[in-house]
Design a protein. Structure first.
Length: 228
């Protein structure tokens, strides 16, 4: 498992990197197939935020699934402990979830590819100027204005609302974009208050406009994705 430690507005000493590596060894017990752990250590210079001046963000990439946690404290070691506790709890829930799905498999019936992925935790001439960042990511500048829009295409298998809420909790976000398996519509799940959640779905009304396709690999700037 690769551990990548980076600092934002701060330097990360070798002693702290060694401490991080020893602490994160616990991750392999809950996620033995984890490929990489990204550790971002940042420092808040505002003296009014002294009690929360050190922030640690942990992101685990586990064969396609991303689990993350973050925490702040007045000391980077304390922030690491808090963030790691959150991360281990989310990894534990992820592991238990996979076990539950395997236990509910009907004997003699082969799971579908989507079910197998969930069980294994392995998802398989205008005024605009486009700058390609990757095959599925690009930035569009709107004419001479300072506005820059970054667009990215994610591949996602349809999932239930329950699965979407579960994935949202794993990454520690307040919202999660997904395709609803029942309706086939794009939807967003979001946190409201406490354990209350909301879901917004989109339904196209009237004639659909042109749909932009991803910029082909190797394309340069000065153009836009062609309409379908």
């Amino acid at each position: 498992m690769e551990i990548v430690v980076a600092g934002r507005h701060t330097e990360v000493p070798a002693r702290y990197r060694t401490h991080v590596a020893s602490k994160l060894a616990k991750i392999e017990q809950l996620a033995p197939r984890a490929q990489r752990v990204d550790v971002l250590v940042s420092h808040e210079t505002n003296p009014r935020q002294a009690d929360f001046s050190e922030r640690v963000e942990l992101t685990v990439v586990d064969r396609g699934q991303v689990v993350r946690a973050e925490a702040s404290a007045d000391d980077p070691y304390a922030a690491l402990d808090l963030a790691l506790a959150k991360l281990l709890e989310r990894l534990r829930r992820s592991r238990d979830r996979r076990r539950e799905r395997k236990d509910t498999t009907i004997p003699g019936v082969e799971p579908t590819p989507d079910e197998r992925e969930l069980a294994d935790g392995e998802p398989e001439g205008t005024s605009q100027d486009v700058r390609v960042l990757a095959d599925d990511t690009w930035e569009i500048s709107l004419g001479d204005s300072p506005v820059v829009i970054r667009e990215k295409v994610h591949q996602a298998a349809p999932m239930t609302v329950d699965d979407a809420l579960y994935q949202m909790e794993l990454v520690g976000h307040d919202f999660f974009l997904f395709v609803d398996a029942e309706s086939g519509r794009p939807a967003v799940a979001y946190r409201r208050h406490g354990w209350s959640y909301g879901v917004i779905q989109l339904e196209a009304v009237g004639a659909a406009g042109p749909v932009r396709e991803p910029v082909p690999a190797g394309a340069g700037g000065g153009g836009v994705p062609q309409p379908a």
